[in-house]
Ligand binder design. Structure first.
Ligand code: PLP
Length: 369
C-alpha cells in the first residue's frame, strides 16, 4: 500500500470504512440480451429535446414539473419536491432529520436496500423489523417495536416481496407516531395499484411523507427523477439541505413531457398491459415444478423461490438476466421484472428447459433420468 492511500484510509470515519460497496442491479457487470433484473419498463420514450440556455443555472425546482406532478397527485405545489430519483429523497430525509451517532430509522425486512445503505453512510442506526410484523402485527405492536426511531420506512408495495400494507394501517401507524416519527411511504410501484396510494393522508397528517419516482411505471429510470411529497412544514428544512441546483434543465424538460396529461394516459395504458403480462408469467411459474414459491404481490415484478439456485446460472448462460436474492436466509430466490411480451417469452423458454434437481423430483414422486 502506498503512503498516500494509507493516509486516506486513516482519515475515514468508522462507519464509512465499514461500508460494503452497494450492489445495485446495474453495478453487477453482467452480460445478457434480455434484461429483467432492475424493474425497468420495457417501453422506451420518444421525447423532444431542446438544449438551449445551458450557460444558465436551471430553476432549482422547475415550475412546470412541480405543477404537473402536483396535479397528477392532487396535491398543492408546495407539497412537491423534485429530486434526483426517489433515492435522493431517501438520502435527504436521513440527512435532514437524523443526527449521526444518535438517531435511528426503522425498516421492515426484506425490503428495498437503499434505506440501510443511506443510514449506514450517515452513521444512523437501523432498527431492523420484519415485514411479518408490519403485515400481521397490531398497530400497537408495530409502534412499540419502532420505539424511538425517527424515520419509519414503509415500502408500499414492498420491493422485493410485492406485499401491500393496507392504507388504514399506514394511517393508524402515522396517527400513533404523530410528533414522534416521520412515516415514509415509498410508493415507487404505486402506479401498478394506484388506489393504494397514501398521498391523500398528507393533508391530514404532518408526519406522512410519500416517495415517488419516474423510474418504474413512467419508464424513465435513466432520467433520475423522483419526488418527495409531504406537508410544507416537513419539506421546508429539506429545501435547505438539498443541493442548490439539483435538477438539470434538460432533465426538467424531459420530466415535464413525461407527466403531461396525455403521457400519463399512455403510462396507464402501459401499466394495464404490464399487469396482464404479469398474470401470464405467474401462470407459467405456477405450472413449473422448478419453482417452489411465488410471492404474488403488486408491482412490475414477481419474486419466487427456485428449486435449485443453479437455475439462475442457466438463465444467465441464455442471456437472460434476472435479479438473484437472498431472502429469509435462503439464497435461491429470484426477482423477475415484467418486461415486454418478447422478453417474457425468453423466461418461458428458460423455464421449459429446466430439469428438476434429483432431491426435489423424488419428493414430488417424479422420475429422474
Ligand atoms: C427503484 C426504487 C427506488 C428508486 O427509485 P429512483 O427514483 O430510481 O431512485 C426507490 N424505492 C424503491 C422501493 C424502488 O424499488
Amino acid at each position: 500500500m502506498s503512503n498516500k492511500s494509507a493516509t486516506a484510509s486513516s482519515l475515514l470515519p468508522d462507519n464509512i470504512a465499514a461500508l460494503a460497496a452497494y450492489s445495485s442491479a446495474k453495478s453487477e457487470k453482467l452480460s445478457g440480451t434480455t434484461w429483467l433484473n432492475a424493474n425497468e419498463s420495457p417501453y422506451a420514450k420518444n421525447l423532444e429535446l431542446s438544449i438551449e440556455d445551458l450557460n444558465r443555472y436551471p430553476d432549482p425546482q422547475p415550475q412546470l414539473v412541480i405543477e404537473r406532478y402536483a396535479a397528477y397527485t392532487q396535491l398543492d405545489n408546495e407539497n412537491v419536491l423534485m429530486t434526483r430519483g426517489a433515492d435522493e429523497g431517501i438520502e435527504l430525509l436521513v440527512r435532514t432529520y437524523c443526527e449521526p451517532a444518535k438517531d435511528s430509522i426503522a425498516l421492515f425486512l426484506p425490503t428495498y436496500g437503499m434505506y440501510k445503505v443511506t443510514a449506514d453512510t450517515h452513521n444512523v442506526t437501523i432498527n431492523a423489523l420484519t415485514q411479518a410484523l408490519l403485515l400481521n402485527g397490531s398497530v400497537e405492536e408495530i409502534v412499540t417495536a419502532v420505539a424511538s426511531a425517527k424515520l419509519v420506512f414503509i415500502c408500499n408495495p414492498n420491493n422485493p416481496t410485492g406485499s401491500l400494507t393496507p392504507l388504514d394501517k399506514v394511517k393508524a401507524i402515522a396517527s400513533a407516531l404523530a410528533g414522534k416519527a416521520l412515516v415514509i411511504v415509498d410508493e415507487a410501484y404505486i402506479e401498478f395499484c394506484p388506489e393504494q396510494s397514501a398521498t391523500a393522508l398528507i393533508s391530514q397528517y404532518s408526519n406522512v411523507v410519500v416517495l415517488r419516482t419516474l423510474s418504474k411505471a413512467f419508464a424513465l429510470a435513466g432520467l433520475r427523477t423522483g419526488f418527495t411529497l409531504a406537508q410544507e412544514s416537513v419539506l421546508a428544512p429539506i429545501r435547505k439541505v438539498i443541493a442548490p441546483y439539483p435538477v438539470s434543465g434538460v432533465v426538467a424538460s424531459i420530466a415535464a413531457q413525461a407527466i403531461a396529461p396525455d403521457a400519463i394516459t399512455s403510462m396507464r395504458r402501459q401499466v394495464t398491459i404490464l399487469n396482464t403480462l404479469k398474470a401470464k408469467l405467474i401462470d407459467w411459474l405456477e405450472a413449473s415444478d422448478c419453482v417452489l414459491k411465488i410471492l404474488t404481490g403488486e408491482g412490475n415484478f414477481v419474486t419466487l423461490k427456485l428449486a435449485d439456485r443453479n437455475y439462475f446460472k442457466t438463465a444467465l448462460a441464455q442471456g437472460l438476466v434476472m435479479r438473484a436474492f437472498t431472502l429469509y436466509g435462503e439464497d435461491d430466490w429470484l426477482r423477475i421484472s415484467i418486461g415486454s411480451e418478447q422478453e417474457l417469452e425468453q423466461v418461458k423458454i428458460w423455464l421449459d428447459g429446466l430439469q428438476m434437481p434429483a432431491a426435489t423430483a423424488s419428493l414430488a414422486g417424479k422420475e429422474v433420468s
